[in-house]
Write a protein that binds this ligand. Structure first.
Ligand code: HEM
Length: 421
């Protein structure tokens, strides 16, 4: 079995095949070694350390996303029993977010939110996204170097989301700081007790912030998604205030971290595949297909969880009702039975129905916006930065096993359009 460090992923050794190993820096550096070992060993694998089934093949991941329950928010009493009472404010908000609901409760909420998040609203942002991308690049053009994350991939989605929500654009840094804190909890396997107080405070501050913006909208109705969420109706039903707040928060989390990581990790992938980068530079018209392949190849959301709604067969295993199942989207996206030569980057890959945005009822609500942001970001960066080169000697990935992204990405470049094109 291929591995970059000794003794890793021995098939007979359950501990080495645990998804919990994602907290080790070597595994974070390339989780696909672990995913491949898991897939080769058992596509549906009981992970005693996660106390969950871990699914790494494409068809089984699709089954989980299609048939299993998304209603996985731990209730307050259960959190108390586990000694995780600090999570209670999170469960209160999650209970009102569409991502953690099933059936008619989910479709009611998603339907009302869709009435606010229209394709027209997203399309109207296209020109603005292009000028934000250019303005961000203008700021560091003369210096010939940048931290792709701090200078570009963080602020671009943060500014776009502020505009989308209809809140003051200058608040984007504060919003981003709150969202970073919340993302630390989502889909992560390790929590630092010393950070708990700060993270809960961020959640409370963000809730109060959204409530204050709603109050303003009541006094002076304006455009923006928050106002639309407050007023959107389906069958004469509107969202409650708490639902508007909870789903504004999930839009913020969805809109920031994942899109940042699509742009920064995608750019790193292009730096590591210079032929592909040059091809995209010469043929910006293939950017839509390139973004899909970058999402498949280096998925910003590595996994998501579900609960078995009944005793069910999955692969050759029986999953008992109530068991937790983790669908590793990033592993399914490299399943060789679904994607030919899956570890090869192919910006023109045909039939690329990856799972990076999920599947079925919970398919990413913001995918059209994320796609536009990614397409504009890559085309703008490649049009404006000539000969980009990695300045990092050691890449550092965030300690977040669910939302995969770098802590920084320093690059050098020559200003102006690339030569020889
Ligand atoms: C590259 C960027 C993005 C990626 C990779 C991504 C990924 C995902 C994935 C995998 C899911 C499904 C989770 C599950 O089934 O458990 C999801 C759902 C969701 N995403 Fe995204 N997302 C991105 C951008 C966005 C943006 C820009 C927004 C909002 C503006 C957004 C809002 C949401 C929401 C609200 C849901 C829940 C949908 C539902 O439960 O019906 N996402 N996203």
């Amino acid at each position: 079995m291929a591995s970059s460090f000794p003794g890793a992923f021995k098939v007979a050794d359950d501990e080495s095949l645990s998804l919990l190993r994602m907290i080790e820096p070597q595994v974070l550096a390339d989780p696909h070694l672990l995913y491949r070992a898991l897939r080769d060993h058992e596509p549906v694998h009981w992970d005693p350390y996660m106390h969950a089934w871990v699914v790494t093949t494409y068809p089984e991941a699709v089954t989980v996303l299609t048939q299993y329950s998304a209603d996985r928010t731990p209730l307050p009493a259960y959190l108390d029993r586990l000694g995780l009472s600090f999570m209670k404010p999170f469960s209160e908000v999650m209970l009102k977010q569409m991502m953690f609901m099933d059936g008619s409760k989910h479709s009611r909420l998603r339907g009302i939110c869709s009435a606010a998040f229209t394709p027209r609203r997203v399309e109207a942002l296209r020109a603005e996204i292009a000028s934000i991308a250019d303005e961000l690049i203008d700021k560091f053009m003369a210096s010939g170097r940048m931290d792709m994350i701090v200078d570009f991939a963080n602020p671009l989605p943060a500014i776009v989301t502020a505009k989308l929500l209809g809140v003051p654009v200058e608040d984007h840094r504060q919003l981003h700081a709150w969202v970073l804190d919340l993302a630390e909890v989502l889909g992560n396997f390790q929590h630092h007790p010393a950070r708990v107080g700060e993270i809960v405070r961020s959640l409370e501050d963000l809730r109060s912030y959204v409530a204050a913006r709603m109050e303003e909208q009541r006094r002076h109705p304006g455009g923006g998604l928050i106002h639309s969420l407050m007023t959107a109706e389906i069958d004469s039903q509107r969202l409650s205030d708490d639902e508007v707040i909870a789903n504004t928060i999930i839009t913020l989390i969805g809109g920031h971290e994942t899109t940042t990581n699509l742009i920064a990790s995608g750019f790193l992938t292009l730096l590591r595949h210079p032929d592909n980068m040059n091809h995209l530079r010469r043929h910006p018209e293939i950017v839509a297909s390139a973004v899909e392949e970058l999402l498949r190849f280096e998925s910003p959301v590595q996994h998501t969880a579900r609960i078995a709604p009944a005793d069910m067969k999955l692969g050759d295993k029986t999953i008992r009702k109530g068991s937790r199942v983790v669908a590793v989207l990033a592993a399914a996206n490299r399943d060789p039975n679904r994607f030919s030569d899956p570890d090869r980057l192919d910006l023109l890959r045909a039939d690329n129905r990856h799972l990076a945005f999920g599947w079925a009822a919970h398919f990413c609500f913001g995918a059209p916006l994320a796609r536009i942001e990614g397409q504009i970001a890559f085309n703008t960066l490649l049009r404006r930065l000539s000969n980009p080169a990695l300045l990092e000697t050691r890449l550092e990935w965030r300690e977040n096993a669910g939302l995969r992204g770098l802590t920084r990405l320093n690059i050098s470049f020559e200003p102006g359009p690339a030569q020889g094109i």
